[in-house]
Design a protein around this ligand. Sequence first.
Ligand SMILES: Nc1nc2c(ncn2[C@@H]2O[C@H](COP(=O)(O)OP(=O)(O)OP(=O)(O)O)[C@@H](O)[C@H]2O)c(=O)[nH]1
Ligand SMILES: [Mg+2]
Ligand SMILES: [Zn+2]
Length: 298
Amino acid sequence: MTRVVALDIGLVVACHGRHYVVETPEGERLTCHPRGKKSDCVVGDRVHWLPTGSNEGVIERLEPRRNLLFRQDEWKTKSFAANLDQLLVLVAANPVFSESQLVRALIAAESSGIAAHIVLNKADLPQFQAARERLQPYVAMGIQVIETAMKADPEGARARLGALLAGKATLVLGPSGTGKSTLINLLVPDARASVGEVSQALNSGRHTTTTTQLYWLDPQRSTALIDSPGFQEFGLRQIKAADLGGYMEDFRRHAGRCRFYNCSHRHEPGCGVLAALGRDEISASRHRIYTELWNELS
Ligand SMILES: Nc1nc2c(ncn2[C@@H]2O[C@H](COP(=O)(O)OP(=O)(O)OP(=O)(O)O)[C@@H](O)[C@H]2O)c(=O)[nH]1
Ligand SMILES: [Mg+2]
Ligand SMILES: [Zn+2]
């Protein structure tokens, strides 16, 4: 005998470890638990759910995803969000950002087919110029780098980001203390995302934001911004060493000139990437990070 159940559809807007917040097409939010022990929903997922009480439900199944942004560390996979239109990697003048983490986030996005932009925040701080120079290779390879001072010049930040975000689902990703939640609060008046003091966050080693959460920027619910906890580790074990160069735009531009089709761009004669490195058309730090990643993945 077949049991016919009409399932409701919903959007996962927050993940709290063992339970989720699912939003109905009418905009109501309810607490949902996954069917069974293991859950693999992430924010941005479309799910089919069944009510189990007032404002409560159980997630029966997931709709197929358009894309998924995730990292794969040595022992575990961490999914950030699904069905994204773009990624904003947020770094700041201070704390000094790790270029390796930036490269990893960009490669993860590229390998998942998600467009990525960089926001450099805290333009008001004295360390800004140095941070801006470190981002030059990214500007040169065609990545949009948007400079903001969200605290000192909120209007300017709003003006620079508004058009880029409109009508899209954007994940804001970056290390702790860069201003991800500050950005959410700037654009979503009633968000009340908690914002932490940098010194406090660094001293305690804790992150202010601990869950991934989706916010709507407009009453029509057409523009979504997803806040996420700061990351430290960013494993790329899902990627083969041989594919790395293909996910790095500056490498890709020159790899066509390599003598060997399977060139690893580390020591081979006639390598187009190494030649470009010699002419300063590929930055030394990008090539160093690539080599570190290559060793890690092979
Ligand atoms: N000087 C300066 N400080 C800023 C700016 N934007 C945000 N901050 C401060 O940076 C600190 C961290 O901001 P958050 O928004 O909590 O950072 P976050 O990226 O959400 O951090 P996590 O949730 O821990 O990942 C807070 O003290 C903010 O007030 C800015 O443009 N300039
Ligand atoms: Mg935060
Ligand atoms: Zn090569």
